[in-house]
Design a binder for this molecule. Structure first.
Ligand SMILES: *Cc1c(COP(=O)(O)O)cnc(C)c1O
Length: 385
């Protein structure tokens, strides 16, 4: 979880499985990012954007009443308090700044529920770039409000009518479109997935979560380091960024997936979107559709570094049902006055279950990344409660 992986590989995972022209474009992005990341000028400019536009650093909140009930000491890293309401802004501001440095005028992005699309449109507007966002036709129907947000921010939203007309197809379409536009456009991937360098570049851009949390834990906890570090996993970017801050500590790392999107816990080796990793597949090796109440966890695979951390036993991956996540969201609302995103509620649901069944011993300290706020999910919750 340090620098770039050798030859773009995390163990047997990762790589660059793409058409020749994209392999070249990815090589350029990797080279430019490596240079930028070593340049204090770039780091300083990004840190300033994160501070004055995104609202960093985010607080570490002790969840006092819930901790009392659970018999553990739970601390929440508050990515829900960032501008646009989730950790996604950390990644898109970094990539937008990189695109500017590379002389690109336009960002291309894929989006499922629209969260990454809105974040990309936001970063593009801030830096005076154009944004083209690919979105499945079915998702466009289901997420009308986010489509409107993107258009209001000046982005073009392109409906994708192929396949299941959801995120997987939008990603394929965005990559296809990039082939013809690599000269003036940067493809801004939303998680630690896709061809090298995206998995480690996005992890580096999200490690601000883990680095801040590490320093905050050092100041707040008697032991300095929490016993457990927990985050939800869709593609795995908020978890990868969080884990990176604790890689060299004895903290136990736990990634929580949706029962219906458990790439790390239940996937098999495959290749999708330019990357070798673990994916949900049917008997014929076809990648299957993920299903989760949390749109951000609705991805049939997981980033290659998580697959590798699982093999190494450095991190463990567990699953939570829709129902458990909904109950956890309500419990956090009523004990702490925080309505979490349903994605983040998955991480909390595991903490609650593990505290109840002794998997988390009484008195353990737990750092959990609260990846986003629940405003986007209130209509879903309203149907259920
Ligand atoms: C998109 C999203 C996720 C899942 O993405 P990761 O790359 O796994 O972090 C989790 N939480 C929220 C709030 C999201 O918007």
């Amino acid at each position: 979880m340090g620098g770039p992986p050798a030859r773009g590989r995390f163990g047997e995972y990762g790589g660059r499985y793409a058409p020749e022209s994209l392999v070249e474009a990815c090589r350029e992005v990797g080279e430019a990012f490596r240079e930028a990341w070593a340049d204090p000028g770039f780091r300083g400019a990004l840190a300033r954007l994160l501070a004055v536009h995104a609202g960093r650093p985010t607080p570490l909140t002790p969840a006092l009443r819930l901790s009392e009930e659970l018999g553990v000491r739970l601390y929440l890293k508050r990515e829900d308090l960032t501008h646009t309401g989730s950790h996604k802004i950390n990644n898109v501001l970094g990539q937008a700044l990189l695109a500017t440095r590379m002389g690109r005028r336009r960002l291309i992005a894929e989006t499922g529920a629209g969260q990454h699309g809105v974040a990309t449109a936001t970063a593009a507007a801030l830096l005076g770039l154009e944004a083209t966002v690919f979105m499945g036709e079915r998702d466009i129907e289901r997420q009308a409000l986010n489509v409107f947000r993107m258009r209001m921010l000046g982005a073009e939203v392109v409906p994708v009518t192929t396949g299941s007309r959801t995120l997987k197809d939008a990603t394929s379409e965005a990559m296809r479109h990039w082939v013809g536009a690599t000269g003036d456009s940067h493809y801004c991937i939303g998680s630690v997935v896709g061809p090298d360098p995206y998995p480690w570049m996005v992890r580096e851009l999200q490690r601000v979560i883990g680095d801040e949390a590490r320093a905050q834990c050092a100041a707040e906890l008697r032991t300095g380091v929490p016993d457990h570090v927990v985050a939800c996993v869709g593609g795995g970017s908020n978890a990868a960024g969080t884990f990176a801050g604790f890689a060299d500590t004895p903290a136990r790392l736990v990634g929580v997936e949706a029962e219906g999107g458990a790439g790390a816990a239940r996937g098999r080796l495959g290749v999708l979107h330019g990357c070798r990793s673990l994916f949900l597949q049917d008997g014929d090796g076809q990648i299957t559709q993920a299903h989760s109440i949390a749109a951000g966890l609705d991805y049939p695979g997981v980033g290659p570094e998580h697959a590798h951390l699982r093999d190494l036993g450095r991190a463990r991956y567990v699953t939570v049902t829709d129902d458990e996540a909904v109950r956890a969201a309500v419990r956090l609302a009523r004990t702490e006055g925080i309505v979490p995103a349903l994605e983040s509620a998955h991480a909390l649901a595991w903490v609650i279950r593990a505290a109840d069944d002794g998997d988390l011993p009484a008195g353990s300290t737990v750092l959990m990344t609260l990846s986003g706020r629940g405003d986007k999910d209130v209509s879903t919750l309203k149907e259920l409660l």
